[in-house]
Design a binder for this molecule. Structure first.
Ligand code: COA
Ligand code: ZN
Length: 303
């Protein structure tokens, strides 16, 4: 059975886009529950400025209080050297350093040009690489809500520059759900061919309903790592029109029904997913938590 690795990003990408602060205690309980579901990685939080992302201002406390499971990697988003210093103190297993392939989105999100971001992340990598694995997330790789088309060659050009620094992995992000399956197939082929030894992850948002189709296409092209967010929460507050990531439990259920080994205990994950509306105070878009598993049987309606 082919193995697909899932990374849960709800407490980072999911929560950063919520209006109401999720208490630290709730975050810790949620991450501890997710740690027992079979994820390969959990993106716990981000070490960004509290002014930019107030929801994640408790990053240190959350990292200090979660109970780590040995088979789960705990990764954190890092935008600059200051973030890297904070994250090193917290003993993250991986730094997920981030920049955008679109100049306009990078300026809006990180307040730096791409060249400034690259220089800053090069410093982060130099200082952290002997302590921690480095993954690079390239935002707006399939399109930018302000610039429009983002050429695939431009994505590969930035990916090349990070690969030359010896990073472990690359995450190619569809920040505002602009990717379509044909585009994903082209990108997946190019990535597999160019970076055969890197850990390659795809990060989709379901903004236009193409999320699961994109996952399926990527799997068929040999990609075996995906980010997803419980309930389908998520979105970048600095990308106009951004909305939720692909819903983890919906994507995992689809692949598991198709016979892939996701490593995830789905009934256990569903129990956690069903807590999401109460945690964030509103309905969420995930379907599986409402419908139940395909294998859940119902009594026949009385005639
Ligand atoms: N963690 C905590 N504080 C930080 C920080 C970090 N990683 N980086 C900068 N700061 C602080 C500085 O110490 C400074 O504090 P002061 O005002 O008390 O002196 C202040 O933030 C401004 O610093 P500066 O270097 O000018 O940063 P900035 O205001 O240009 O912001 C980022 C740059 C990258 C920190 C900010 O844009 C950010 O956090 N963006 C994250 C966006 C994000 O996470 N988007 C969603 C995920 S893709
Ligand atoms: Zn995202």
């Amino acid at each position: 059975m082919q193995r697909i690795h899932f990374h849960e990003v709800v407490t980072r990408d999911g929560f950063q886009n919520e209006a109401t602060f999720v208490p630290t205690d709730t975050k810790v309980v949620l991450i501890d529950a997710l740690s027992r579901c079979g994820y390969a990685k959990i993106e716990v939080t981000s070490f960004t400025s509290a002014k930019a992302i107030p929801m994640l201002k408790d990053a240190e406390e959350v990292m200090g209080r979660i109970q780590r499971q040995p088979d789960v990697e705990y990764t954190v988003l890092v935008p600059n050297v200051r973030g890297a210093e904070r994250a090193l103190e917290c003993r993250a297993n991986e730094f997920n350093v981030v920049m955008s392939v679109s100049e306009t989105h990078n300026l809006t999100n990180l307040r730096m040009t791409r060249a400034q971001s690259f220089a800053s992340l090069r410093d982060v990598i130099a200082m952290a690489q002997q302590h921690v694995a480095i993954n690079v997330s390239l935002s707006t790789s399939f399109g930018c809500p302000m610039e429009g088309v983002v050429p695939q060659d431009e994505v590969l050009r930035w990916a090349d520059q990070f690969a030359a620094l010896g990073v472990r992995g690359l995450t190619i992000c569809d920040t505002t759900g602009m990717a379509n399956p044909a585009q994903v197939a082209r990108m997946a082929r190019a990535l597999k061919q160019r970076f055969p030894t890197l850990q390659l992850t795809l990060h989709f948002h379901n903004t236009r309903g193409m999320g699961l189709a994109n996952v399926l296409t990527a799997v068929q092209e040999g990609i075996d790592r995906f980010d997803g967010s419980l309930g389908g929460l998520g979105g970048c507050p600095y990308a106009p029109g951004a909305s939720g990531n692909i819903c983890s439990e919906d994507a995992i259920h689809m692949l598991s029904e198709m016979g892939y080994d996701t490593g995830i205990d789905l009934p256990r994950l569903l129990d956690v997913a069903r807590r999401m509306p109460a945690i964030v105070g509103h309905e969420v878009s995930g379907q599986l938590a409402k419908a139940g598993l395909c294998t859940d049987l119902h009594p026949a309606p009385s005639m």
